[in-house]
Design a protein around this ligand. Structure first.
Ligand SMILES: NC(=O)NCCC(=O)O
Length: 385
């Protein structure tokens, strides 16, 4: 248990309490085919220890093929607390998180990570619960020219790493605010950006007060390490959102998130994993960690007393493979870096076995859906007269 009374991870509890003789069967049924542990460099392990964050590494194997070489790459997922209190000067808060995450990216580089993804709106507290505009909208930056993008461009160039940087974006024209992931190529150039498609209207996730549904569709980014897409947080509850990234060719879909235990924890291990299975691709679910408190109380519109915190962000970031196997999650309470090696050949291998894409009746769904969105739509139900 952590000081805040939160337990570390589900896997740890299973390891501790399920009898040795049954543990591997329990894990097979719960988590899929056993995956390998990655041997990470001593320097990385030591640095993570010194900097007080968890470092875990796993590998998904694919079968050797005769006509294709393996396509092994490494992804890194970072989950982190905010560093300074939410009432500290904004620039200090941003700089402190940059410094912290910079350390973690450096360790990722020691572990030969090729593509790294940070958590949703990683430079700021998840302040949207407050419904206050000031000072939180001041955290919004240009996706192309903001300090955070410049910071990530330096890291990307230095470490030859693709960086997915989810920020609060301020678009100069019209001062529009968006929830955006900036994709920075390993060359250091901004490859593009993708905006959050689905904006939650649930519990304290009052995000519709701040920004609108994204207008960038389901963009896939061709990087030298593979084709990637970003399905931001609440989009993970929408199977068609994952599906459209996959239709556009995504081999890995990242899901940078911010979500709390009371709301979504039972859904967390299922949704990204199911998307990996259904779409024959890898998915990477990243959640922030910690409890963030705010100076002014806010109500949650549920008849309960006003309060100052959002609840506990439970971390538990993980990667799922198209065969349904998954890594253990990172801690529910600590900052962490998850390093995962994957052979992208696994996507086609699993597709050839299960053929969900091949057997999907997309033309039929498209035709029926296009009727269902019309005002005069009548559901196709047969009744006894
Ligand atoms: N950040 C965000 O969209 N959270 C919504 C809640 C959830 O999807 O669990």
């Amino acid at each position: 248990m952590s000081a805040g009374g939160e337990f570390e991870s589900l896997e740890e509890i299973l390891e501790r309490h399920v009898p040795e003789a049954q543990l591997s069967e329990v894990k097979r049924i719960l988590f899929g085919k056993e995956i390998t542990k990655l041997l990470l460099p001593e320097e990385a392990i030591e640095t993570a220890k010194e900097c007080n964050f968890e470092l875990k590494g796993y590998g998904f194997e694919a079968a050797p093929e005769q006509l294709r070489l393996p396509r092994k790459i490494r992804v890194g997922l970072i989950q982190n607390h905010i560093v300074l209190p939410t009432y500290a000067p904004i620039l200090d808060q941003i700089n402190a998180i940059h410094q912290r995450v910079g350390q973690m990216v450096e360790v990722a580089a020691m572990c030969d990570v090729n593509i790294i993804c940070l958590q949703e709106t990683w430079t700021m507290p998840f302040a949207f619960c407050t419904r206050e505009k000031a000072p939180w909208t001041e955290f919004a930056e240009s996706a192309e020219e903001g300090n955070t993008t410049r910071f990530c461009q330096e890291l990307a160039k230095k470490y030859n790493m693709v960086i997915v940087s989810p920020i609060l974006e301020r678009e100069k024209l019209h001062n529009t605010i968006w929830n955006t992931a900036v994709v920075i190529s390993n060359s250091g150039n901004v490859l593009g950006k993708t905006r959050k498609n689905h904006i939650p209207r649930i519990g304290d996730f009052n995000e519709s007060t701040y920004y609108m549904e994204g207008d960038t569709g389901h963009t896939v980014f061709q990087t030298v390490f593979g084709k990637i897409a970003v399905n931001i947080c609440y989009g993970r509850h929408h199977p068609l959102n994952w599906f459209m990234y996959s239709i556009n060719g995504a081999e890995i879909i990242f899901n940078p998130s911010a979500t709390v235990g009371a709301l979504s924890e039972p859904m967390w291990p299922i949704e990204a994993r199911n998307a990996a299975i259904a779409n024959h691709c890898f998915t990477c679910a990243i959640n922030r960690v910690g409890t963030e408190t705010f100076k002014n109380e806010f109500t949650s519109g549920d008849g309960k007393k006003a309060r100052n915190d959002f609840g506990h962000f439970y971390g538990s970031s993980y990667v799922a493979a198209p065969d349904g196997s998954r890594t253990p999650g990172l801690s529910r309470t600590r900052d962490g870096l998850l390093v995962v090696e994957m052979d992208l050949n696994l996507n086609r291998q699993i597709s050839d076995i299960w053929s969900f894409k091949m057997t999907g009746r997309y033309a039929e769904y498209a035709e029926e859906l296009s009727k269902a969105v019309q005002r005069d739509f009548k559901p196709n139900i047969v009744k006894e007269e």
